[in-house]
Design a protein around this ligand. Structure first.
Ligand SMILES: [Zn+2]
Length: 217
């Protein structure tokens, strides 16, 4: 069970390192009874006659829909960049100070005092260790609060002042995936219409973005 989880995690890490839309794309194959496959699609490298990276339906019982990854990425990027520009380009980032800065500074000063008190003989070794442990515990709790606060703030700020340049120049794959996920809950990749050759020109009309309901506004 544990190894399985690890393996899945590694696969996902690999897939999300290289592919923008793994797990966001959904297979749009519909069977004769009208059931949509809806399975997540995974990125994969070139194989056989396919010379390009592709996304393919990850349900092995289906696997009926696949599409060139670079072209899908480009088409969806355009959609996502437009929405993010509309929503976030004018948003100013928050720059608040953590409420505990002052008490953390006091705890650190206290740490110094405790050391001095032992060196100068005011505290016995037993007292020193007792005070030191209590003070250290408070400091580490405080530091982890602080870290959490700034991490949350920067997560909230990550889309503020959004621009197309920021997307291309500042965001790594992980951040792009996160940004996509704030805009889209999925993209349905419809199969090629009957009779259309697999070599036919890429058709962005076969991609159907499913937008997230706008959260708090
Ligand atoms: Zn499928």
């Amino acid at each position: 069970m544990k190894t399985e989880g690890k393996k899945n995690y590694r696969e996902l890490a690999e897939a999300t390192r290289r592919f923008l839309l793994t797990n966001i794309l959904r297979c749009g194959y519909v069977d004769e009874e009208g059931n949509l496959c809806g399975a997540k699609m995974k990125g994969m490298g070139p194989s056989g006659t396919n010379k390009h990276d592709r996304y393919r339906c990850a349900d092995t019982k289906c696997s009926r829909v696949s599409r060139r990854a670079d072209l899908v990425d480009k088409a969806i990027e355009i959609v996502v960049i437009k929405v993010l520009t509309d929503q976030y380009s004018a948003v100013e980032p928050e720059d608040k100070q953590w409420y505990g800065e002052e008490s953390l500074a006091k705890l650190r000063a206290r740490q110094q005092e405790i050391k001095e008190s032992y060196k100068s003989g005011i505290f016995s070794l037993a007292e020193y260790l007792e005070f030191k442990d209590a003070n250290d515990a408070q400091i580490s709790e405080s530091e982890s609060d602080r870290k959490k606060f700034y991490a949350e703030q920067s997560a909230q700020n990550f889309l503020s002042g959004f621009s197309e340049d920021k997307w291309h120049e500042d965001y790594d794959m992980r951040q792009k995936r996160k940004a996509v996920a704030t805009v889209l809950s999925a993209v349905i990749v419809h199969p090629l219409p009957k009779g259309r050759a697999r070599s036919a020109q890429f058709d962005p009309e076969l991609l159907e973005p499913i937008f997230k309901a706008k959260s708090t506004e």
